[in-house]
Write a protein that binds this ligand. Sequence first.
Ligand SMILES: NC(=O)c1ccc[n+]([C@@H]2O[C@H](COP(=O)([O-])OP(=O)(O)OC[C@H]3O[C@@H](n4cnc5c(N)ncnc54)[C@H](OP(=O)(O)O)[C@@H]3O)[C@@H](O)[C@H]2O)c1
Length: 336
Amino acid sequence: MNPSLANFILSKTPKSILHPAPTMNTAIPLNTGATIPALGLGTWQSAPGEVKKAVVHAIEAGYRHIDCAFCYQNEDEVGEALQDVISRGIVKREDLFITSKLWCTFHTRVEEGLQKSLDLLKTPYVDLYLMHWPVPMNPKGNHPLFPKLEDGSRDIDHSTTHVQTWKNLEKLIQTHPERVKAIGVANYSVKYLEKLLAQATIVPAANQIENHPLLPQQEVVDFCKAKGIHITAYSPLGSTGSPLFKDEAVNEVAKKHNVGPGTVLLSYHLARNSSVLAKSVTPARIDENRKLIVLDAEDMQKLESIHKNGITRFVYPPFGVNCGFPDKPDGIDLSG
Ligand SMILES: NC(=O)c1ccc[n+]([C@@H]2O[C@H](COP(=O)([O-])OP(=O)(O)OC[C@H]3O[C@@H](n4cnc5c(N)ncnc54)[C@H](OP(=O)(O)O)[C@@H]3O)[C@@H](O)[C@H]2O)c1
């Protein structure tokens, strides 16, 4: 086609056609050939008695991606919700994208860990199974999820490594492809990814990390992009009691687009080609979080300047020192 004619057509084409607004179910490709819906409902800290209603409401409102984990201790209720919506014909299982995670005390028992989640979730398979943290913990310690040594420090399993856990997961997906469609990791830094990739035969489909304008983790995002590993952002709103809703830059961008700050915080990840998880048990917020917009370069620049005032992390790993993770400040006990 004549270049000037092509330019003329482009100049007359509405922006909404050239850059269509993302929706919560915009399908983002994974390295497996499958896709992941752009927005998922988070379920960490969704209390018993609340999480079933939240998942049912979300799916009725159009969400198709639900993020779960054995460690959240609520997968049974999420399973009740899934059973409810599927039995009422609201959705088919194959139209949902369900993620679960292998907990640290199950690193040497991956098949058992997966089966426990499948039973609780009342589903024959998960779409994505993630190693929740790259730190194995003692499977025979003094607590099934959070074992501690006598001195109060975490009971880490030093007889194995996260790389061995990955090999266990590779074997699991090869032997049970009907139970797990893709495997990935969570909370991996570049250092951990390099160690894993040096020995992996399957490149993780995803790395789920804490990600928001106060913790952009650009080096991890760039590394994963180069290796074909999809990023899913967790705690995008800044988790419980977040300061991000009051952030000046976030509110300026929100005002410019006539949307709430939550929309800006979630849309930030779509501009980076990541999927994003938003947790809520409040129906009005579950509805509100569906709204996503296209942020332009100026918006992103503004949001990217926020972390320069000092990086803030909201989720600290449930391990003591010497695991290569930031130490959690006193008084915080989070295990997302
Ligand atoms: N892989 C990991 O290690 C890991 C770690 C952390 C999180 N995650 C996953 O990521 C999900 C999301 O992260 P998160 O739960 O830490 O935090 P988040 O989604 O950033 O924030 C959740 C908090 O924001 C509130 N909220 C939600 N929508 C809102 C809105 N529109 N306006 C105002 N407040 C709103 C929620 O309250 P209400 O519920 O009361 O409405 C809740 O207190 C988790 O649920 C979990 O599935 C994974």
